[in-house]
Design a protein around this ligand. Structure first.
Ligand code: SAM
Length: 265
């Protein structure tokens, strides 16, 4: 029985990244341990719920941007629990032929992914660890939906900060980008070392969740080395190609994550 298999894989003794993110998106797929973790983060960054919303908003803007550039296939790495306006919904509204492969290693994401799979045959959910690009790139669903002879949108949204430096996040990004042709795009959002509050938040993430590396703007920008950053470069999320005017002076929460999009030459 699938639900037994699913339940036994879920560890409710400690917070999970996917479930904690679900808390800040006001979702229902989380447990007491996840809510307690978020309550600790709220003490240092009261705006953390807004930060999650900014991250989902840039995801929508960037996916629309990529569809405008002709991208019709996406690999969404560390995709999270399905919420409103997921990558395939944004992309397929702009171009119904868009194909999306979601990759996440949280067992709850797969359980929900079955509903996504039922929705259409141009979307798949792969339960795998994105730190193994060879396995992901060789996965049957990835190979079925993604044509590696044509440009691909590679998404690492709100996930690279959950990789420690000794896990070689740069090398992982490079491995995915090496597999896609010229004209492909890389889209990253990332926690940024942008204030004392961000450094306090980093301490709490590392102590309570085990991951959460707040990198400097220079470190985040370095993930795009070798690719052509599109305007306006690596910026606080609300400032990336906003739909509406953004105040010049941003809050701690508005500067907590930075993001950017770049094209593979
Ligand atoms: N990309 C979505 C977004 O930005 O809205 C979700 C971001 S959520 C903060 C990060 C997701 O990455 C979680 O769902 C978590 O389970 C997943 N994740 C963490 N480490 C992973 C790994 N090593 N391999 C695959 N997924 C991972």
């Amino acid at each position: 029985d699938m639900s037994d298999e699913w339940n036994s894989a879920i560890d409710t003794s400690r917070p999970s990244i996917a479930r904690a993110y679900d808390v800040v998106l006001n979702g229902k797929d989380n447990f007491e341990v996840d809510r307690r973790f978020v309550a600790e983060i709220v003490k240092v960054v009261p705006e953390i719920y807004d930060v999650a919303a900014y991250n989902r908003q840039i995801l929508g803007r960037a996916v629309r941007f990529l569809v405008d550039q002709g991208i019709d296939q996406f690999i969404d790495l560390g995709s999270g629990l399905p919420t409103v306006e997921n990558t395939h919904q944004v992309a397929q509204r702009a171009n119904p032929d868009s194909r999306v492969v979601y990759v996440d290693n949280d067992p709850m994401v797969l359980a929900h992914g079955r509903a996504l799979l039922a929705e259409n045959d141009r979307t798949a959910v792969v339960t795998s660890d994105l730190r193994d690009p060879t396995a992901i790139l060789g996965d049957a669903d990835v190979k079925r939906l993604i044509d590696f002879d044509r440009p691909v949108g590679v998404m690492l949204v709100g996930i690279l900060h959950h990789l420690h430096d000794d896990e070689d996040p740069r090398g992982i990004v490079e491995a995915y980008m090496a597999a896609v042709p010229s004209g492909s795009y890389l889209f990253i959002t990332h926690f940024c070392d942008s204030s004392q509050d961000s450094r306090d938040a980093e301490k709490k993430f590392l102590a309570l969740l085990g991951t959460g590396r707040f990198r400097t703007v220079a470190e985040i920008t370095a993930f795009f080395d070798g690719f052509e950053l599109v305007e306006p470069g690596v910026v606080p999320l609300p400032q990336w190609r906003p739909d509406e005017a953004v105040p010049a002076e941003l809050t701690v929460g508005q500067r907590l994550m930075y993001g950017g999009v770049a094209r593979k030459p």
